[in-house]
Design a protein around this ligand. Structure first.
Ligand code: HQG
Length: 181
């Protein structure tokens, strides 16, 4: 596959596995999984044929590890980002001392008042890495890096989840725990 074909197929897979499984004639189970065989057949039926090797290439090379296979390799799901209701069943985990969130300067006034809200997603997304975080912020405007006092939040009873692709997720970050630059 060329890089352009890989990106195109990866975007279609995000649509199917996060938002609109019917676009490839599949259904997702309660944890977001669908059978690889069914998915490949459904993609072909939808006019977006993919081989098993293509799929492995997309899953293996995706920089953000957006997709994952089950241990037996028979099922696939998106690691995060669903708009359809799924229970990803990630275990709660103690976070590092600090986590980061990239946002745009135009949101700062609101964040100072309300803290970080999950908006259209199921959780607020945080990262242990500042570089990734600034790229995420730049998607929305002039990027700015917020530092979250994660250990302190955890000690005070806030629950953190970590997905297999390394994204940290939480229900809400009150302004009190955010260090603004
Ligand atoms: C902002 C990508 C005003 C928040 C990346 C963000 C990430 C507020 C925007 C993943 C606010 C929501 C997530 C408040 C938060 N007032 N604005 N009180 N609280 N916001 O896209 O974190 O491409 O839903 O700062 O890798 O930017 O999907 O979240 O700017 O992990 O695979 O509201 O998306 O992954 O934007 O990005 P988003 P995000 P994928």
């Amino acid at each position: 596959m060329t890089p352009a074909q890989t990106t195109r197929a990866s975007k279609f897979l995000s649509l199917v596995l996060r938002h609109e499984p019917g676009a490839a004639h599949v259904t997702l189970d309660s944890a977001g999984w669908t059978a690889v065989e069914t998915l490949l057949a459904g993609c072909a039926h939808a006019g977006r044929p993919l081989s098993r090797a293509d799929l492995e290439h997309i899953v293996g090379t995706n920089a953000k590890k957006r997709f994952e296979f089950s241990v037996d390799g028979l099922r696939i799901r998106a690691s995060q980002g669903h708009s359809v209701e799924v229970a990803l069943e990630y275990a709660a985990q103690a976070p590092p001392e600090l986590l980061f969130h990239g946002t745009a300067t135009r949101f700062l006034d609101s964040i100072r008042v309300k803290g970080l809200l999950k908006m259209q997603r199921h959780h607020v997304h945080l990262s242990a890495e500042t570089r990734v975080t600034l790229e995420v912020g730049a998607r929305h405007g002039k990027p700015v890096l917020l530092t979250i006092l994660a250990s302190q939040m955890h000690n005070e009873g806030h629950v953190f989840y970590r997905s297999t692709n390394g994204v940290w997720r939480i229900e809400h970050v009150p302004s009190f725990f955010i260090h603004f630059p």
